[in-house]
Write a protein that binds this ligand. Structure first.
Ligand SMILES: Cc1cc2nc3c(=O)[nH]c(=O)nc-3n(C[C@H](O)[C@H](O)[C@H](O)COP(=O)(O)O)c2cc1C
Length: 323
């Protein structure tokens, strides 16, 4: 699949997930086989104030490429400036958030609020397009009307402004994450707008990705929540599409991933903050495994990487004995 000048080796995309798709997680997901990783949403306003924390969120690494950096905001000049900074930080793609439906973001006129402001959307997309030389994508929802007419209009505007691909998460802004994603709208956008379309929403297992591709004709699939406990879903999707089957990840691979993820987080943040973060993150990977409750309880107290690794090793030995 091509997004502008960028050729993707695999048609899988890690969704932007605020608070989750930071550099260490993206690197790990890339290593697990994902085609394109995406940063969490980054505030154009905060970048304009020079927020160190926000600037740090734009850090990229050669090992994760190609990487997309997602920005959000409502001011065309600030968005163009943010896109410029993201390009300088090593992004291969700039993605613009048209989907966030968190109240604070909507109030500021950003995220899904843009889906009911065609004129402002056009100004933002043109300003960003004119500022950067790398591919530009937008991530939209159905909009405010279940018919999906906002999605069609914004996709049309995006195409006219020189956007290279559109990601469709077919839930309305008021829906949040409730109900089911309406994949028929992905098909509608694909059939109506001559742009590559990335389909998103409710891919829980590799078979869902196969079905979404077949039902919607989308060019690539984006996975969010399912990747949080199963980062191997991307290579499983590739295997399923290529051979009709895929392997479950082994326990060894699972525990090795957990240890490397914890180590990468400590390297990127610092031990105290990374351990705080790992207390919840490491539990994602053991859901449904025997005796996971005890592991989950013990991991909530970790203060160092050594301690985390020790608990993972102990739990791995317990699971092995249980097999
Ligand atoms: C914890 C969380 C954080 C999210 N953060 C973002 C974000 O920063 N930018 C964005 O465009 N979408 C964000 N989303 C939406 C996801 O990218 C995706 O569209 C949604 O989860 C549907 O895909 P899924 O069913 O594969 O999870 C977030 C979703 C979740 C659950």
């Amino acid at each position: 699949m091509k997004i502008g000048s960028l050729c993707l080796k695999h048609i899988t995309v890690l969704a932007p997930l605020a608070g989750i798709t930071n550099l260490p997680f993206r690197r790990m997901v890339k290593e697990a086989g994902c085609g394109l990783v995406c940063s969490e949403m980054i505030s154009a306003n905060a970048l304009s104030y020079g927020s160190k924390k926000t600037i740090n969120m734009m850090q990229t690494h050669a090992a994760e490429r190609p990487v997309s950096i997602q920005i959000f905001g409502a001011d065309p000049d600030l968005m163009a400036h943010a896109a410029d900074m993201a390009q300088a930080a090593g992004a291969d793609i700039i993605d613009i958030n048209f989907g966030c439906s968190v109240k604070k973001i909507l109030k500021s006129g950003a995220g899904a609020a843009l889906m009911k402001d065609a004129e402002k959307s056009r100004r933002i997309l043109s300003a960003v397009r004119n500022r950067i030389s790398i591919p530009l994508t937008v991530k939209i929802r159905s909009g405010w009307d279940p018919s999906g007419k906002d999605a069609l209009l914004i996709s049309q505007i995006a195409r006219d402004c020189g956007v290279d691909a559109v990601t469709v998460h077919p839930r309305t802004a008021t829906q949040g994450f409730s109900g089911k994603a309406d994949w028929a709208l992905i098909r509608q956008v694909k059939d109506t707008i001559s742009l590559p379309v990335i389909g998103n929403g409710d891919i829980a297992v590799p078979e869902d990705a196969r079905d979404m591709l077949a039902q919607t004709g989308c060019d690539a699939v984006m996975v969010g929540r399912a990747a949080m406990g199963n980062p191997w879903i991307f290579s499983q999707i590739h295997d399923l599409l290529a051979t009709g089957r895929y392997e479950e990840v082994t326990m060894e691979e699972r525990f090795c991933f957990m240890k490397k993820y914890a180590a990468a987080s400590v390297e990127y943040i610092d031990e105290i903050h990374a351990c705080r973060m790992m207390r919840s993150r490491l539990t994602w990977f053991v859901k449904g495994l025997p005796g996971s409750r005890r592991f989950r309880e013990s991991i909530t107290r970790i203060r160092s990487l050594d301690e985390a690794w020790g608990l993972i090793d102990d739990y791995a030995a317990f699971v092995k004995n249980d097999e």
